[in-house]
Design a protein around this ligand. Structure first.
Ligand code: HBI
Ligand code: FE
Length: 291
């Protein structure tokens, strides 16, 4: 009798609080689940030196993320909290936007408690504990980045009220998820979606396919993105200070202006772009995606 396919997310039915948090129940993780974390960790730990930004690599050490299995969020939060006041709170998966923003605005990062099933090792549809804790959490130890993400959370309620969440979600997507940063040694990765993906770790920095364009807040908030594949364009910030300075402002006039500006397609380069590399889009042409 073949074993039933491993269920996708054993926390999906976990009882949840009003703020959508659940109990991580760290003792319930099996050896297989810890081992899967260790294999995912080892693969990225080999790829990221020389590709991830220094702040990420330093924080990974400081937070003692290692191949000792899935971290206990309480212990991780004590270490992280001592650095920037951020804590990691367990959730079962994606939570409603308003709850998500409220957590960020209060320096709580909602992290999936489940780990992806073996069959989804390389591609997952929902943020699991490896994407959230390995990809997102380390940079919360950087004081400037920590302030940026808190400000993002505070801005979320406003975007929801105005019905322009999609514009703000693009800022998150092209920085927190898929952002690159310029360093004296060259471009480095800070986006969690890349840091937790072996294929995109190499593709984002070294492939001739994608555009790499200097970050501009308005430009990013107009740019559509792809959910289920590598990005066609990556945006490059000069520093977390620049990201914070550009975003630590009233978005009201931005939202007004965005209503008058057309969206930009994910693969496009437009007038005014400071282009770092113009992609040839071979990856997408070969896939027949709308190039
Ligand atoms: N919920 N758990 C979780 N993680 C996310 O990254 C997340 C979410 N809910 C909403 C959301 N992201 C996005 O829609 C917002 O960033 C716009
Ligand atoms: Fe994410």
């Amino acid at each position: 009798m073949t074993a039933a396919p491993e269920e996708k997310n054993r926390y999906a039915q976990a009882p949840r609080r009003d703020d959508w948090t659940i109990d991580q129940n760290w003792a319930s993780y099996t050896m297989e689940e810890h081992d899967r974390w260790n294999r995912l960790f080892a693969r990225q730990a080999k790829l990221l030196p020389g590709r991830a930004c220094d702040a990420f690599l330093a924080a990974k050490q400081k937070l003692e993320l290692s191949r000792a299995g899935i971290p206990d969020f309480q212990e991780l939060s004590d270490r992280l909290g001592a650095l920037t006041g951020w804590r990691v709170v367990p959730v079962a998966g994606l939570i409603p936007d308003d709850a998500f923003f409220d957590h960020l605005a209060n320096r709580r990062f909602p992290a999936g408690a489940f780990i992806r099933p073996e069959r989804e090792l390389d591609y997952l549809s929902e943020p699991d504990v490896f994407h959230d804790v390995f990809g997102h959490v380390p940079l919360l130890a950087d004081p400037v980045y920590a302030r940026f993400l808190e400000a993002y959370g505070k801005g979320g309620a406003r975007a929801l009220q105005r019905g322009q969440l999609h514009n703000l979600a693009r800022l998150y997507w092209y920085t927190v998820e898929f952002g690159l940063i310029r360093t004296p040694q060259g471009l480095r990765i800070f986006g969690a979606g890349i840091l937790s993906s072996p294929g995109e770790t190499v593709f984002s920095l070294e492939d001739s396919s994608p555009n790499r364009i200097a970050f501009d807040l308005m430009r990013v908030m107009r740019t559509k993105y792809i959910i289920s594949d590598y990005q066609q364009s990556y945006f490059v910030v000069d520093s977390f200070e620049q990201l914070l300075d550009e975003c630590y402002r009233d978005f009201g006039d931005l939202y007004d202006a965005l209503l008058l500006e057309p969206d930009i397609e994910a693969h496009e380069i437009v007038a005014g772009d400071r282009v770092i590399t113009r992609g040839d889009h071979h990856y997408f042409d070969s896939k027949g995606a709308a190039a």
